[in-house]
Design a protein around this ligand. Sequence first.
Ligand code: ATP
Ligand code: PRP
Length: 210
Amino acid sequence: MSDKITIAISKGRIFDESIPLLAKINIIPKDDPKKTRRLIIETNQSDIQILVIRATDVPTYVERGAAALGIAGKDVLLEYQGDGFYEPFDLGIAKCQMMLAGLKKANQNSTNPRIATKYANITRDYFANFGQQVEIIKLYGSMELAPILGLADQIVDLVDTGETLKANGLVPLKHIADISSRLIVNKAAMKMKNTTIKSFMEKLSEVIRD
Ligand code: ATP
Ligand code: PRP
């Protein structure tokens, strides 16, 4: 294992909200992922680098040790269903809610509703808790379109301001989970690089509490 600490972070919202937190503990990336095609970004700390990857790939990189640390949404972690990493704390960023939503005017009482979502595991588990059978239609984005076009009866997706639901004539029906981003840590790295990772975690937890 090299001495470098690699942090896997997804491009976009989580990267944008993680950077101010990392800056508070004096970790400053040398490039902006919006401006460079580089996927490994060095920082002002020679022993810390950032991997810029898809949000859903963060748990895979960390579980398999390709990155010692990662920052991932709780939605992604719940859907991944792995336990090959530690999840020491909530960073309190990229906060939103996972909701069941449907068309404002629709009858929501189908016996075997078709649910469009990119969160197939979470959706299956949620309905299984009520003993309710559902047909899951796996999509990768723009779930709000599915009920409008008759592809599904309802959706399971993330909601923040509610603007996307509203703009597409949908309403929230049930709250499924509160979502925010978490730090995740590879189990082997936690042992092998304990001093560096512990010190990183201590500094980070201090700035989160501020
Ligand atoms: P991909 O690269 O796989 O397309 P994505 O489109 O889900 O990923 P983002 O939209 O940047 O990527 O979302 C990353 C994470 O940010 C999500 O996993 C979730 O935890 C959080 N998130 C998503 N949408 C919102 C939102 N509207 N408000 C706040 N946080 C959100
Ligand atoms: C997310 C989510 C919703 C929207 C909710 O989409 O999938 O569509 O945000 O936010 P709101 O309640 O504030 O409108 P995102 O912006 O990430 O787009 P994408 O997933 O389709 O890339």
